[in-house]
Design a protein around this ligand. Structure first.
Ligand code: IMP
Ligand code: MG
Length: 250
């Protein structure tokens, strides 16, 4: 039977060598030692070749993986424009409500930065709360189903409520939220969105305060995410998913 040397390890051969030295007679020891040395060299050569083959394969595989996951973000609205526009929107809100207290309700998680910046630009009495809904999951397409995942901490009855949302897209989320909030008898109920994609509207909802109207592109940054990523970008950018689905083709 022929031994398959590729399955032998260096340590096995060294053990065999030791046994040959201990138990074989002189002439046999010489023959076996030569044979084992040959096997050892062949084993080492085979393992070196295997390693080289693997190393040659790696860059191609890594490049392929990168390509299938390749995503790029092109700035659409810079952080400076966002800051300037939020200041204007804040001024408008305060003008509309003169000296009245305002209660901002941020829609988690996309609206966190917008609410944080907006609240600090509105002079006078401002309180805020958060609500969470889910409608997208790990996707660039809306599932069309809105679900409340976290309710407000306090009542909005008799308050001047401004719902603060990152983006108004199909309108399903805001329609759902406005329906809930109206039943809770606020004094006033308004909507402020950082971004508006009017061409995507499926239900008749409109915002009272709009940061920017944008074309039908999937955007990320400044709180907006794709599969929970990119929220921390300072600017708003258009996300492109190369080699996979196009993020902007919604
Ligand atoms: P709507 O219910 O279709 O109006 O969608 C509103 C929600 O969908 C927003 O609050 C966002 O969380 C998410 N969304 C809509 N368009 C985009 C986008 O372009 N980028 C990231 N999230 C988006
Ligand atoms: Mg949102």
């Amino acid at each position: 039977m022929k031994a398959d040397i590729s399955t032998l390890h260096k340590s096995d051969i060294l053990i065999l060598q030791r046994h040959v030295n201990l138990f074989a007679c002189q002439p046999l020891r010489l023959v076996l030692s030569l044979r084992l040395r040959y096997i050892l060299r062949s084993t080492l050569r085979a393992s070196r070749m295997k390693k080289a083959k693997l190393a040659a394969k790696k860059p191609a595989t890594a490049a392929k993986e990168r390509a299938t996951r390749s995503e790029s973000v092109k700035i659409l609205i810079s952080r400076d424009r966002i800051r300037r526009r939020i200041r204007e929107v804040a001024r408008q809100i305060r003008k509309d409500f003169a000296d009245e207290p305002l209660h901002l309700v941020g829609v988690l998680k996309g609206a966190v930065f917008f609410l944080a910046d907006l609240a600090r630009e509105i002079p006078g009495e401002v309180s805020f709360d958060f609500i969470a809904v889910s409608s997208y999951g790990k996707n660039t397409h809306s599932s069309g189903q809105v679900r409340l995942t976290r309710d407000l901490d306090s009542s909005i009855e008799g308050k001047n409520v401004i719902v603060v949302e990152d983006i108004l897209d199909t309108g399903m989320t805001l329609q759902y939220l406005l329906r809930i909030f109206e039943q809770r008898n606020p004094k006033a109920l308004r909507v402020a969105v950082l971004l508006d994609k009017p061409s995507r509207r499926l239900v008749p909802v409109r915002a009272d305060y709009i940061g920017f109207s944008i074309p039908n592109e999937f955007v990320v940054g400044y709180g907006l995410d794709y599969a929970e990523r990119y929220r921390n970008l300072l600017d708003v950018g258009v996300l492109t998913l190369a080699n996979a689905e196009s993020a902007s083709a919604k």
